[in-house]
Write a protein that binds this ligand. Structure first.
Ligand code: NAD
Length: 248
């Protein structure tokens, strides 16, 4: 018996980085994986990797900033599989590192729209489905920037703190419906999100890690499987920090 046998696992931002690694790990644990991502994302690469691993994945076009699209994507998933068991709300964007004073309203709003309001919207329709069917699991992708300040990234940090607020509130509201809601807080992980940082900045990030390396997407995926499965059946409203010891 695998940890996610026959579970329907809906992963936003599943076309790249942490979402892709989570999709592969979920399929390996027997899950039926839905890759929900932008139509112009690299979702085909995730589907190909799933296929190479002997699993079948399904692509669902999704822009988390479009409420009607979110509602429709979740409804279509339920229509196809009959239910939804696990949702990983992971779609997110980075933010150019500039001081608080130089952060434009437009840039702040963009990151809040995708990284916070997008998570709220997805949770709303996922939770409604979980109540209808009698249970489910949500894992939200926050960040270490959700637990402490991130100089140069005020919008990103505000969004990721907000994701933890959504996580804890939903955990308390929906525990009586057999729903668990938890979050992941990774430090810097080597994914395409870091593509805009220069080699110098990368060196600094590596040096700031007690293990002297960036994290790997697979290392976050393992924590996701823990929170998504019954391995964490009494864990609710909290987060797993994956940071090589930065906050120790
Ligand atoms: P990534 O850029 O590799 O993947 C992000 C995915 O989100 C992409 O497939 C992209 O198409 C999708 N996406 C972006 N906007 C979307 C939208 N509006 N609707 C639907 N999908 C959208 O980045 P990643 O590193 O895998 O990041 C995934 C999540 O992990 C993000 O929420 C990020 O903030 C968080 N995170 C990343 C790190 C890191 O160091 N990589 C650390 C902590 C938290």
């Amino acid at each position: 018996m695998k940890k996610l046998d026959n579970k329907v696992v809906f992963i936003t931002g599943g076309a790249s980085g942490l979402g892709r690694a989570a999709a592969l790990a979920a399929a390996e644990e027997g899950g039926q994986v839905v890759i929900a991502d932008l139509p112009d994302s690299d979702y085909q690469a995730t589907l190909d990797q799933l296929k190479a691993a002997g699993a079948e994945g399904f692509f669902m076009p999704l822009d988390v900033t479009d409420t009607a699209n979110v509602q429709q994507a979740i409804a279509a998933t339920v229509e196809k599989f009959g239910r939804l068991d696990v949702a990983l709300n992971n779609a997110g964007i980075g933010e150019a590192s500039v001081s608080f004073l130089d952060t434009s309203e437009a840039s702040f709003q963009r990151v809040i729209n995708v990284n916070l309001i997008g998570v709220f919207t997805c949770m709303k329709y996922e939770l409604a489905q979980f109540v209808r069917q009698g249970g489910g699991v949500i894992v939200n992708m926050s960040s270490l920037a959700g637990l402490r300040g991130a100089p140069g990234l005020c919008g990103y940090a505000a969004a990721k703190h907000g994701v933890l607020g959504l996580t804890k509130t939903a955990a308390l509201e929906f525990a009586r419906h057999n729903v668990r809601v938890n979050a992941l807080c990774p430090y810097y992980i080597d994914t395409p999100l870091l593509k805009h940082i220069n080699p110098n900045q990368r060196q600094l990030l590596v040096a700031s890690s007690p293990m002297k390396r960036l994290g790997r997407a697979e290392e976050v995926a393992k924590a996701f499987i823990h929170l998504a499965s019954d391995d964490s059946s009494y864990t609710n409203g909290t987060q797993i920090v994956i940071d090589s010891g930065v906050t120790a």
